[in-house]
Write a protein that binds this ligand. Structure first.
Ligand SMILES: [Zn+2]
Length: 83
């Protein structure tokens, strides 16, 4: 029996094609190009370079958050500081 696996966008439900389900019938999810641009700007289409840039942004955000806590004389939690 031939089974079909339909791929739809996880965000907007746009159909993204069908593949042989190899025994599994149903839906699979991916993210369409439009939603990539809308929800994850900078992460498409140049995966490697963009991922590195995204990691850098996250590290920078952590640093800013930590400085903000220190300025409020609060101890950051879980940053590896020894008492
Ligand atoms: Zn979409």
């Amino acid at each position: 029996m031939k089974t079909i696996l339909k791929t739809v966008c996880a965000h907007c439900r746009k159909p993204m094609g069908e593949t042989d389900g190899e025994g599994i019938e149903g839906n699979s999810h991916s993210i369409c190009e439009d939603c990539w641009y809308e929800r994850y700007p900078g992460l498409y289409p140049d995966w490697q370079q963009s991922l590195e840039a995204a990691v850098e942004r996250v590290n920078m955000a952590r640093l800013v958050w930590r400085i903000a806590l220190l300025e409020e004389n609060m101890k950051p939690v879980g940053c590896g500081d020894k008492p």
